[in-house]
Design a protein around this ligand. Structure first.
Ligand code: ATP
Ligand code: MG
Length: 238
C-alpha cells in the first residue's frame, strides 16, 4: 500500500537527450492516486519524450522514475506495463490490418490470464462492440482513438498515460474522448494526460504542469492555472 503522501508516479529530476540534443532538463513531476494530471506545452517542448521516458522507451542520462515507490527507470516496457502503467501513444499505433477485437486482445496480452472481459470497455465506447470485426484501419479517426484507449485499458492499468488523445479530432469527438477520460477517473483510474486542448484539459484535471523547452516552468491546481492571466494569454489566446 502507498502511504498517504506517497505519489503513485514520482518523476525526479529527469534528464533525457537524443545524441547531443538534450530535450528534458531536471523534470520533476508527480501524480497521486485518483488524480488527473495534465502536461501542457507547445510543439517540441518534450511532452512525448517525457511520456516515453516513463515507459522505458528513451534512456535517461540522469534522474529517476518511481512507480508505487519502485524505481522503474530504464526497465523494459513489458515490465512497466505489468506493474500497472499503460500508454495511449501519440500516433495511436494500432494494427490497421487487424480487427478491432484483435487490436483489443493485443492490449491484454501482457496480463497473460487467458480470460478477457471487455464489457466495461464496450460500455465506455459502444461503437467498438458494433465494429468488433471491422479492420482497425477502416475506422474513423475518433473510433481509432477510442480503440487506442480501449486497447490500453485491456492491460488493466492503475495509471493510464495518454499522449494528445484529442489530436486531429472534431470538437464533438474531443468532448467524447475527454469525457471518457473523466469517467474513467471517476471510476478510480489515475490519469496522466498530455494535451494541447488547454481549456478542456484543465477543466477535467486536478493539477497541471507546463513544460517549456524541456523544463517544468509552472505547476499548480488546474483551477489556478485556468484563471491565471499569463497562462490564458499564452495558451488560450485570451
Ligand atoms: N527520436 C528522436 N531523435 C532526435 N530528436 C528527437 C526525437 N524525438 C524527438 N526529438 C526532438 O526532441 C524535442 C522534443 O520532442 P517531443 O516529441 O518530445 O515534443 P512534444 O512536446 O511531444 O511535441 P509535439 O507537441 O509536437 O508532440 C524536439 O526538438 C524533437 O525534434
Ligand atoms: Mg508529442
Amino acid at each position: 500500500m502507498l502511504g498517504a503522501a506517497e505519489p503513485l508516479l514520482d518523476i525526479r529530476q529527469l534528464n533525457v537527450s537524443y545524441e547531443n540534443l538534450q530535450v528534458l532538463w531536471d523534470v520533476t513531476l508527480h501524480v497521486h492516486e485518483g488524480e488527473i494530471v495534465t502536461i501542457l506545452g507547445a510543439n517540441g517542448a518534450g511532452k512525448t519524450t517525457l511520456v516515453q521516458s516513463i515507459f522505458g522507451l528513451t534512456r535517461a542520462s540522469r534522474g529517476s522514475v518511481l512507480f508505487r515507490g519502485d524505481d522503474i527507470t530504464g526497465r523494459t516496457p513489458d515490465i512497466i506495463v505489468r506493474k500497472g502503467l499503460s500508454l495511449v501513444p501519440e500516433k495511436r499505433e494500432l494494427f490497421p490490418k487487424m480487427t478491432v477485437l484483435e487490436n483489443l486482445d493485443l492490449g491484454g496480452y501482457a496480463l497473460n490470464t487467458g480470460a478477457v472481459d471487455r464489457t466495461d470497455l464496450y460500455d465506455l465506447f459502444p461503437v467498438l462492440q458494433e465494429r468488433e470485426s471491422q479492420l482497425a484501419g477502416t475506422l474513423s479517426g475518433g473510433e481509432q482513438q477510442m480503440l487506442a484507449i480501449a486497447r490500453a485499458l485491456m492491460a488493466r492499468p492503475s495509471l493510464l498515460v495518454l499522449d494528445e488523445p484529442s489530436l486531429g479530432l472534431s470538437p464533438l469527438l474531443v468532448t467524447t474522448v475527454l469525457d471518457s477520460i473523466q469517467k474513467l477517473n471517476h471510476n478510480g483510474l489515475t490519469i496522466l494526460l498530455v494535451e494541447q486542448n488547454v481549456q478542456h484539459a484543465l477543466e477535467i484535471s486536478h493539477r497541471a504542469y507546463i513544460l517549456e523547452n524541456g523544463r517544468v516552468t509552472r505547476e499548480g491546481s488546474a483551477s489556478d492555472l485556468l484563471s491565471d492571466n499569463d497562462i490564458r494569454a499564452a495558451y488560450l489566446g485570451i
